[in-house]
Ligand binder design. Structure first.
Ligand SMILES: [Zn+2]
Ligand SMILES: [Zn+2]
Length: 173
């Protein structure tokens, strides 16, 4: 969804929509319910938004698809790309406001909602808090039950190796 900036009326625009948004290169878009309060000051556009979305993401422990409910708000100012050189830094940052950019008089609302969701998304998503993940030895999903490696894992001679593998696993994430 795109908004033509000069069309935003002086009194602002309240926009509510269900937007299909592709998150994390997932093939199927997730539907974001968005409420946007859009105000324009000349060529600057201020957007206050609320987004509700169920994001499909891979669980960082068991690697299965998980649905993460997200509920976020943001407040961001958008400027025409390439014209920031003319504006002073203080004017730009104006407190804690985040700055984004738009091109060719067009605000890509889908893209900016996508950015906000990605910013707020957890670095290590979990399908559930108590997800047991995969066995570091055989790769079995431990949510489905214990694997045959249990004995070896508690073998003191192998403990340092298990720790080492855990470390490697954490690095890769
Ligand atoms: Zn999981
Ligand atoms: Zn195992």
């Amino acid at each position: 969804m795109k908004i033509h900036v000069p069309d935003i009326p002086e009194e602002g625009l309240l926009h509510e929509a269900d937007l299909p948004v592709i998150i994390n290169d997932h093939a199927v878009p997730d539907i974001a319910h968005v409420i946007l309060n859009i105000t324009r000051f000349g060529r600057r556009v201020l957007i206050e938004g609320a987004v509700k979305i169920m994001v499909t993401a891979k669980c960082s422990r068991c690697l299965k698809d998980a649905s993460l409910p997200m509920d976020l708000t943001f407040r961001e100012e958008y400027l025409p790309a390439g014209e920031t050189g003319k504006v002073k830094e203080q004017e730009l940052t104006n407190g804690e406001l985040d700055i984004g950019f738009y091109k060719n008089d067009e605000l890509n609302v889908t893209e900016l909602v996508r950015e906000q969701v990605l910013l707020a998304a957890p670095m290590k998503p979990l399908c559930k808090d108590e997800c047991r993940g995969l066995c570091a030895f055989c790769g079995k999903d431990l949510n489905e039950g214990p694997c045959g490696c249990r004995k070896e894992e508690t073998d003191p001679r192998l403990a340092p190796l298990a720790k080492f593998r855990e470390l490697l696993k954490d690095r890769k994430e």
